[in-house]
Write a protein that binds this ligand. Structure first.
Ligand SMILES: [Zn+2]
Length: 190
C-alpha cells in the first residue's frame, strides 16, 4: 500500500496534500457505520480509496480473524469490494477501465518509511481497538469529461451502514459530499 500511496503522490502532486487530509483523519478512531471515500480525478486517471470499519464490512472488529466464520466473512467482504462493478456505477460514456485494485488488510506490513500505518488505530475511550479495511481502485478513463457522477452501492451491500462520506478532488474542485440513502451519488462538476 505504501507504494500505492507513492503512486498517488506521483500522479496527483499538488492535489495529494488535500487528498491525504481525510486519510490522516481515518487514522483516528473511526465511527462505526461510516465509510470514507477519497475520490481523485487527475486528467484520465480516476482513483477511489474506500476506507471502511472492519466491523461494517465483516461484522467483527479485531485482528486477525478469530475463527473460520470470521475469516469467511472477511473473505466475502473483500471478494465483493474487490469487484468495483459491485460497489460503483461509473457512467459508461466516461469509458473508464479498471487498471488496479489494491486491498489493504489490517495485518499488512507497511514498507519502511511508509507514513500510512497498517496498525489498528488507537483504542477509543472505552478501550475498544478499531480496525479499518482499505481498498484502492485505479481506473483509466478515455472520456473523463463524461465522469459527471459516481453512484455508490455500499448501502445495499452493507445494511448496517449509516453514512458514506466522500471527499472529492479534481483539478477544478475539492469538496465533501455526504451521500444519502435516497441518492448515494457523488456529483462531479465537469
Ligand atoms: Zn471500530
Amino acid at each position: 500500500m505504501g507504494r500505492r500511496i507513492c503512486d498517488l503522490r506521483r500522479h496527483l502532486r499538488g492535489l495529494i496534500p488535500l487528498m491525504l487530509v481525510p486519510v490522516a483523519f481515518a487514522q483516528q478512531p473511526h465511527q462505526h457505520g461510516v465509510v470514507a471515500l477519497n475520490v481523485a480525478i487527475d486528467q484520465r486517471v480516476l482513483f477511489i480509496e474506500l476506507i471502511t470499519p472492519l466491523h461494517d464490512a465483516a461484522g467483527f472488529e479485531h485482528w486477525p480473524p478469530g475463527d473460520e466464520g470470521e475469516q469467511a466473512a472477511l473473505d466475502r467482504a473483500v471478494g465483493v469490494m474487490s469487484d468495483p462493478h459491485s460497489v460503483f456505477s461509473i457512467p459508461a460514456a466516461a469509458k473508464c477501465k479498471l487498471k488496479e485494485v489494491d486491498v489493504k488488510l489490517p495485518g499488512d506490513i507497511s514498507a519502511a518509511g511508509d507514513d500510512f500505518s497498517a496498525e489498528p488505530t488507537a483504542p477509543d475511550p472505552e478501550g475498544e481497538a478499531h480496525v479499518d479495511l482499505t481498498i484502492l481502485y485505479r481506473f483509466k478513463c478515455k472520456a473523463p469529461a463524461n465522469l459527471a457522477q459516481i453512484r455508490v452501492h455500499l448501502f445495499r451491500l452493507f445494511p448496517d451502514l449509516q453514512s458514506i462520506q466522500a471527499n472529492l478532488i479534481t483539478d477544478t474542485e475539492q469538496n465533501f459530499q455526504d451521500l444519502s440513502f435516497a441518492e448515494p451519488v457523488i456529483f462531479i462538476a465537469r
